[in-house]
Design a protein around this ligand. Structure first.
Ligand code: HEM
Length: 135
């Protein structure tokens, strides 16, 4: 019987996830269109790179590095200090979509992941943009 394969394994494990995260933050740092998104982050992206890498390993079905270090992710609460609306959500998603493409991820995997990233990123919105359940 075939065993269920996690997205973590489909991608290629920790090396591939680290590569994706590094590409994501390289793009955020280098592409002028992502300057507003970059501006929300600390001067050094080193900590952000590590945290997103640890988080994504678990989120994709691999080892729970983030939880082991920090406990429950409480992602929405941790994003409350940053003003996140539709623009910020979409910038984040475009940056991630480009990173996945440039890392050569299979198209079906990219589509599946982008849909999952959309749900997480949309849930992080905290600006009142005519959404009744926003803060
Ligand atoms: C919706 C647009 C988003 C914006 C504007 C945004 C922005 C930020 C910023 C500014 C930080 C702080 C960086 C730092 O402390 O070094 C951060 C942290 C983080 N973000 Fe996001 N983010 C977004 C979406 C997401 C999504 C979709 C995920 C996961 C799939 C994610 C995962 C994380 C994680 C794991 C951290 C570290 C939390 C911590 O331990 O402090 N973010 N994000």
């Amino acid at each position: 019987m075939a065993e269920a394969v996690s997205a973590f394994e489909l991608l290629g494990g920790e090396v591939a996830v680290r590569g994706l995260v590094d590409r994501f933050y390289d793009l955020m740092e280098l592409e002028p269109r992502f300057a507003p998104l970059r501006g929300l982050h600390p001067t050094s992206l080193d900590g952000s790179r590590d945290k997103l890498f640890w988080f994504l390993c678990g989120w994709l079905g691999g080892p729970a590095h983030y939880e082991r270090r920090f406990g429950h992710p409480r992602l929405r609460a941790r994003h409350l200090p940053f003003a996140i609306g539709v623009r910020e959500r979409d910038d984040w998603l475009v940056c991630m979509a480009l990173a996945m493409e440039q890392q050569g991820l299979d198209e079906a995997v990219r589509e599946r992941l982008l849909a999952a990233f959309f749900n997480t990123a949309d849930w992080m919105r905290n600006l009142d943009e005519n959404r009744s359940d926003a803060l």
